[in-house]
Design a protein around this ligand. Structure first.
Ligand code: NAP
Length: 479
């Protein structure tokens, strides 16, 4: 699998070494062993990638929307054909169980299918001036060359939900994948090349020097947009850089999702969905349930049932049969998770299951459920990004809503109740971009994914997703 995966930079339709011939090692987080070397892009390589994107922009924007859509459709089909290969590669470099990697490949491919369909629906508007005389015409045109920066937790899907709409809209792009997981993106680029994406439309520059390599692109006024998925502090830095040439900006940032279980909830469903909301992607997801606020009448039962389920999950290398919990991405991430648990326990939390590292090779951490969380525990405020479920109690709806909103983040919330009035009241009151109602998973390529507050702005997927890559032009007509 590794032998058949490109390891170079992809610029102007060609695979090449980095300009200084440097490379870096990609590691398997389950074994801590090297998988292979990948070309380590330099600032000069990034400039070459933007040269290629800028040179291809005008012709690509003029390409028939149907043609752009059909390239995406072919890519969707090719991803489905190569699902097993892509999933294996993803598990090797990122660690998640194979079944979850397959799920991500199919989720990622769906963005191509969705935006293949959106490419031919980029429309405008014709209307009469309210004053009577005159007409108003609007059209939507590609923004221009984009910089797309993606994280390691969903190595392909975080790419396709930017690349799909950019291709559909007629934008060219430079992609900078995360240094821990460049291989999945490189194979994706090769698949897009195979299905006929013209040279220069997509360029990929892996690197270990993210800010040095992307910095010069922000100084270049040919770049017109940056779309970033990653942590809030890095998002803020990129926004400052984007102000230099007033780039269009999309920011998919961190989360701190509250999971609210009211006294009238279907507890079986609440526990079952909690496993998905917490454990998908080993908890390393921006939409992972970060804190469970459970009504005092059911909190004990909920916590014990969740602990039973999480405690029974099979931990191991993602390639092994039946494994449900892979390693965390690296030692730093595991250290952060352990620190948050130790802090909560030091402040009085009780460990119902887990609470420790597992094994002496690979970055494994046991699925953990904590109860009796004190208000000042750091994991209520910080994104855990690991398999840890803190359960806290509340007594009134107002208290639950206040606790849920007590965060600078606002990506997603989960609400479990059977009371319709409560559903509507709580949904209106929560400061989030998305809400799972009696459901622990919201991601869907046909829906607008994104947050409010410090979780960012802009939407990926849905009808809204392509708007991020289009500018509106208005024409005043004297008629
Ligand atoms: P990160 O450290 O912010 O890195 C994300 C990407 O940005 C990586 O490619 C990284 O490169 C690059 N980067 C880092 N510093 C940079 C700089 N100064 N200039 C340009 N690029 C830079 O985040 P992460 O740890 O990979 O991902 C986890 C975070 O992503 C979490 O906060 C999670 O919530 C968030 N996330 C959000 C969403 C969403 O849709 N809202 C989805 C998934 C993840 P390197 O790999 O070289 O560091």
């Amino acid at each position: 699998m590794l032998d058949g995966t490109p390891r170079g930079l992809f610029i102007g339709g060609q695979w090449r070494d980095s300009s200084n011939n440097a490379s870096f090692t990609v590691e398997d987080p389950a074994t801590e062993q090297a998988l292979c070397e990948v070309a380590d892009g330099t600032p000069d390589d990034a400039r070459s990638a933007l040269d290629a994107a800028a040179a291809a922009q005008a012709e690509w924007a003029a390409t028939a929307p149907r043609e752009r859509g059909e390239i995406l459709r072919r890519a969707y089909e090719r991803l489905a054909e190569r699902e097993d290969d892509l999933a294996l590669l993803m598990t090797l470099e990122m660690g998640k169980p194979l079944s979850e990697s397959k799920g991500e490949v199919s989720y990622a491919a769906e963005f191509f299918r969705w935006f293949a369909e959106e490419a031919v629906r980029i429309d405008g508007r014709w209307s009469r001036n309210p004053a009577g005389a005159g007409r108003l015409l609007t059209m939507r045109q590609p923004v221009g060359p984009c910089l797309l920066i993606t994280p390691w937790n969903f190595p392909i899907a975080m790419g396709t939900r930017k690349i799909g709409p950019a291709i559909a809209a007629g934008c060219t792009m430079v992609v900078k994948p995360a240094q821990q997981t460049p291989l999945s993106m490189l194979l994706l680029a090769d698949i897009l090349r195979e299905v006929g994406l013209p040279d220069g439309v997509l360029n990929v520059v892996p690197t270990t020097k993210a800010s040095d390599v992307t910095g010069p692109l922000f100084d270049d006024d040919r770049l017109r947009k940056v779309s970033f998925t990653g942590s809030t502090p890095v998002g803020k830095t990129l926004m400052e850089q984007a102000s230099k040439h007033l780039l269009r900006v999309s920011m998919e940032l961190g989360g701190n999702a509250p999971y609210l279980v009211f006294g009238d909830a279907d507890l079986d469903a609440a526990v079952e969905q909690a496993v998905i909301a917490k454990m998908r992607n080993i908890g390393e997801s921006c939409v992972a349930a970060n804190r469970f606020h459970v009504h005092e009448s059911v909190a004990d039962e909920f916590a014990h049932r969740l602990a039973e389920k999480l405690g029974a999950m099979k931990i191991g290398r993602g390639t092994e049969d039946g494994v449900e919990v892979g390693p965390l991405i690296d030692d730093k991430q595991r250290g952060k998770v352990a620190e948050l648990v130790d802090d909560a326990v030091g402040k009085g939390a009780k460990v119902l299951t887990g609470g420790e590292k597992v094994g002496d090779r690979g970055y494994f951490y046991a699925p953990t459920v904590l109860s009796g969380i004190s208000d000042d525990a750091a994991l209520l405020r910080e994104e855990i990004f690991g398999p840890v479920a803190p359960v806290k109690t509340f007594s009134t709806d107002d208290e639950a809503i206040a606790a849920a909103n007590d965060s600078e983040f606002g990506l997603v919330a989960y609400v479990f109740t059977r009371d319709l009035n409560r559903v509507l009241r709580v949904s209106e009151s929560l400061e989030v971009g998305m809400l799972g109602l009696n459901k622990g998973l919201v991601s869907n390529p046909a829906a607008p994914f994104g947050g409010v507050k410090e979780s960012g702005f802009g939407r990926e997927g849905g009808h809204e997703g392509i708007d991020e890559y289009l500018s509106v032009k208005y024409i005043a007509i004297d008629l």
